[in-house]
Design a protein around this ligand. Structure first.
Ligand SMILES: Nc1nc2c(c(=O)[nH]1)N[C@H]1C(S)=C(S)[C@@H](COP(=O)(O)OP(=O)(O)OC[C@H]3O[C@@H](n4cnc5c(=O)[nH]c(N)nc54)[C@H](O)[C@@H]3O)O[C@H]1N2
Ligand SMILES: Nc1nc2c(c(=O)[nH]1)N[C@H]1C(S)=C(S)[C@@H](COP(=O)(O)OP(=O)(O)OC[C@H]3O[C@@H](n4cnc5c(=O)[nH]c(N)nc54)[C@H](O)[C@@H]3O)O[C@H]1N2
Ligand code: SF4
Ligand SMILES: [Mo]
Length: 703
């Protein structure tokens, strides 16, 4: 066997952006075959380990269910009945339909719809932005994951920037706040263990006793804190109350680097731990202790990702969180501050105008097209003019890099929108996902080992090269190649729509030596040498200081100071709704073999995880006559979902959970967790509150 190895980088929407090595069998006369994919032991972050999702990636590449040819729908939308067609037929069908939609309704009736299914630079940002800008199509606000964290912190710090999470090795207190590190960010765990070996204490704050919470060792001073979902802001306000009351503030740092401190002090004066206990369900004494530890054990770091942004008050969560290190001056110390996504460090390497070519959008004096929020797909497809004050209904949907029917709130309404006869849908996919089943045309997509790319990470700083190890499987093509083909089929002649991958990468990343990157495999995005993102004490707010009081927020009609506004769809919101639906539903990432909805269909992944279920605590179950393993109906005004019951000690009474990531076909009644979830947007930042969902649960009586 003649084999060679090719280095690559995992493309998944995952903080770890691991380095891998693919072994390819080049047997003479046959097409090269990938025979092995393993973690690259030299990778500076992942160091040779992958994860239960990707360890079997080769099986995914060669899975018999992969879409390998263009398909045209022959049955009703959603039926999954397709016939194989040629690329030429597919492209001419698509171009014909798009031209007709544009002629009748205008280009804004076309909606590009994608997310980070492949977060390679080419795969996510390649020709697609130029193609749709040239067309004048509606724009998509991709804010279902992450932007709200930055938008919240920006109101306090002037930037979404934070610590490199590897700096946690220097911390003596680590708060894992709304992140399930051992499941979602497993390659950071060794750093946390290293800090613990050096004496760091760990606090996990999560409404679910997660896999990460299980690592808590109370004997060594660690703690698990379990607030009710959407209530953490009350706990932060009480922490600030205690820190100020007990004079644990760093007054010199506050005087030098912050503004609005007097107003903040007044705002938290009546936020006693008792009051926060009533809002959060966390004992006042626990909050007192957390506040004292946070202010006195140094350096103290808060690690967070995106779990807490998915609430109606998701932006304010991060705005308020940002005030904690400012009170104690934690940013001054190495290992102190907030570690969140570090995507902005690598993103700063992108020449944005060169890559996205926003000038195309306004070509010929055109107005900038409207922007539609991806989280409101249900409305967008079912209400005319939804999501914006003006503009046509959407009549063409081009989907790639995501599976919205399983991953976006109000799945049942999305389905009914996708069934519309006057909607033309194209899906570029590797598999016939819940979304692809609704397509008029399905186009086959390559996997990560079938094309070159550069992956910009958001969980660490190592930008990774991805080399194509094998040729595209079947007739599949990469995302950039797709948009070059569509450009030609549409008859477009703008030259930049036809840039090849190498040109795109060189233009997009002018400061990176691509040949060197290809040779070494990775390059580190610039980050301060002393480990402190704000070591100079400068902040990019209008005042140049951390803003406890924010004029900007006031102008936006938001509270000027950190404030706890309970979610409307929650125990302290709409009382009538809560009366009918008294349980808070979380739909978290739960399975170690799943990455969002991208793996549940595979034979070594879905079956090994069992199936979907609803988890609830023994008291909530007993009141309702629910028994372990029995079928339950979980419902609200949006949908009703049937799933088996799992009685658990992971949740407090009043909170239930259904894992997200399963497809329609895995659910007994075909309805996924997101059928139930809330698509209310966060107060600012454009995020979505799928974790503020109220439901009721009852047994399904057979017969
Ligand atoms: N195995 C696996 N790993 C993954 C993924 C996957 O699907 N599977 N998905 C990847 C993606 S796309 C992302 S963005 C990252 C996300 O990484 P994380 O942000 O770590 O993951 P989430 O599960 O979204 O949210 C983390 C935790 O937030 C908690 N949470 C929800 N509401 C609240 C609240 O009000 N307060 C507090 N304190 N906590 C709350 C949830 O219970 C959950 O345990 O993970 C990535 N990694
Ligand atoms: N209820 C609930 N809903 C959630 C979440 C939750 O925790 N709970 N998490 C949210 C979060 S954080 C996120 S990021 C979103 C994720 O939502 P999605 O972005 O929809 O994520 P996936 O389900 O992984 O779908 C990615 C798809 O891209 C395809 N794909 C992979 N590589 C390529 C490629 O190169 N080209 C093309 N064309 N396709 C490719 C995969 O086959 C897969 O079907 O879901 C969100 N929705
Ligand atoms: S999914 Fe995440 S943990 Fe798994 S290999 Fe990819 S980057 Fe690493
Ligand atoms: Mo995400």
């Amino acid at each position: 066997m003649a084999t060679r190895t090719v280095n690559g980088t995992c493309h998944h929407d995952c903080p770890d952006t691991c380095g891998w090595t693919v072994t390819v069998d080049d047997e003479v006369g046959a097409a090269p075959v990938a025979v092995k994919l393993r973690g690259n032991p030299d990778h500076p972050y992942s160091a040779g380990e992958l994860c239960p999702k990707v360890n079997r990636f080769i099986d995914r590449v060669y899975d018999p269910d992969r879409v390998l040819h263009p398909l045209r729908r022959v049955g009703p939308k959603g039926s999954g009945e397709f016939e194989q067609i040629t690329w030429d037929e597919a492209l001419s069908d698509i171009a014909g339909r798009l031209h007709a939609v544009i002629a009748e309704h205008g280009a804004e009736a076309v909606l590009p719809y994608s997310d980070a299914g492949n977060q390679g630079l080419l795969a996510m940002m390649g020709v697609n932005a130029r193609f749709f800008a040239h067309m004048g199509a509606s724009k998509l606000l991709r804010a279902i994951c992450g932007p709200t964290v930055g938008a919240g912190l920006r109101m306090t710090n002037g930037t979404g920037r934070g610590m490199d999470a590897l700096e946690l090795e220097h911390s003596k207190l680590i708060l894992l706040w709304g992140t399930n590190t051992r499941l979602t960010n497993r390659h950071l765990w060794p750093t946390i263990e290293l800090a613990r070996e050096r004496g760091a204490k760990l606090v996990v704050i999560d409404p679910i006793r997660t896999l990460t919470a299980e690592a808590i060792d109370e004997a060594r001073g660690d703690r698990f804190i379990q607030p009710l979902p959407g209530t953490d802001i009350a706990m932060m306000l009480a922490m600030m109350h205690v820190i100020i009351r007990d004079r644990l503030t760093n007054d010199a740092w506050i005087a030098a680097h912050t503004s609005g401190y007097d107003e903040l002090r007044e705002a938290v004066a009546d936020w006693t731990p008792d009051r926060a206990e009533a809002a959060t369900g966390v004992p006042a004494a626990t909050i007192e202790q957390l506040a004292v530890d946070y202010a006195t054990v140094r350096p103290a770091a808060i690690r967070t990702l995106i779990g807490a942004e998915h609430h109606e008050n998701g932006a304010m969560f991060f705005r308020t969180l940002g005030c904690l290190p400012a009170l104690t001056g934690a940013w001054a110390e190495r290992g102190g501050g907030i570690a969140k996504s570090v995507g902005s460090y690598a993103d700063a390497l992108i020449d944005v105008p060169a890559l996205f070519r926003p000038d195309l959008e306004r070509a010929g004096g055109r107005e900038e097209p409207r922007e539609l929020n991806m989280s409101r797909l249900a409305d967008i497809l079912t209400e005319p003019h939804a999501g914006t004050a003006s503009g046509p209904s959407v009549h063409a949907l081009i989907v790639w890099n995501c599976n919205p029917v399983a991953t976006v709130p109000r799945a049942e309404l999305i389905r009914s929108g996708m069934e519309r006869d006057d909607l033309f849908t194209v899906v570029h996919e590797q598999f016939l996902t819940d979304t692809a089943r609704y397509a008029d045309i399905v186009l086959p997509a390559t996997t990560q080992i079938e094309s070159d790319d550069v992956v910009l990470p958001w969980g660490h700083l190592w930008v990774g090269w991805n080399g194509a190890a094998i040729a595209p499987a079947g007739e599949s093509c990469s995302n950039t190649e797709l948009f070059r083909r569509l450009s030609a089929a549409m008859g477009y002649t703008e030259p930049c729509l036809f840039d090849d991958d190498e040109t795109l990468l060189r233009d997009a990343l002018p400061s990176i030596d691509l040949d060197e990157l290809r040779r070494v495999g990775w390059v580190r995005a610039p980050y301060p040498d002393d480990g402190r993102p704000f070591g100079d004490g400068d902040f990019e707010t209008p005042s140049g200081r951390i803003e406890f009081a924010s004029d900007q927020l006031q102008r936006m009609g938001q509270p000027r100071l950190p404030a706890f506004v309970p979610p409307n769809e929650g125990p302290n919101g709409d009382a009538e709704l809560f009366g009918r639906f008294p349980l808070q539903l979380l739909t978290p990432k739960h399975h170690s073999r799943f990455l969002n909805s991208g793996y549940s269909q595979l034979p070594k992944h879905g079956p090994a995880e069992g199936g979907p279920f609803v988890e609830l605590d023994a008291t909530d179950a007993a009141i309702r006559g629910l028994v372990e393993g029995g079928l339950a109906r979980v419902w609200n005004d949006r949908a009703s979902v049937e799933v088996p019951v799992r009685i658990t000690q992971r949740l407090r009474s009043g909170v239930v959970a259904i894992p997200f990531g399963w497809w329609s076909r895995h659910h007994p009644d075909g309805k996924v967790a997101n059928s139930l979830t809330n698509d209310t947007l966060t107060e600012w930042g454009g995020g979505v509150a799928y974790s503020d969902t109220l439901v009721q649960v009852e047994p399904v009586i057979a017969g």
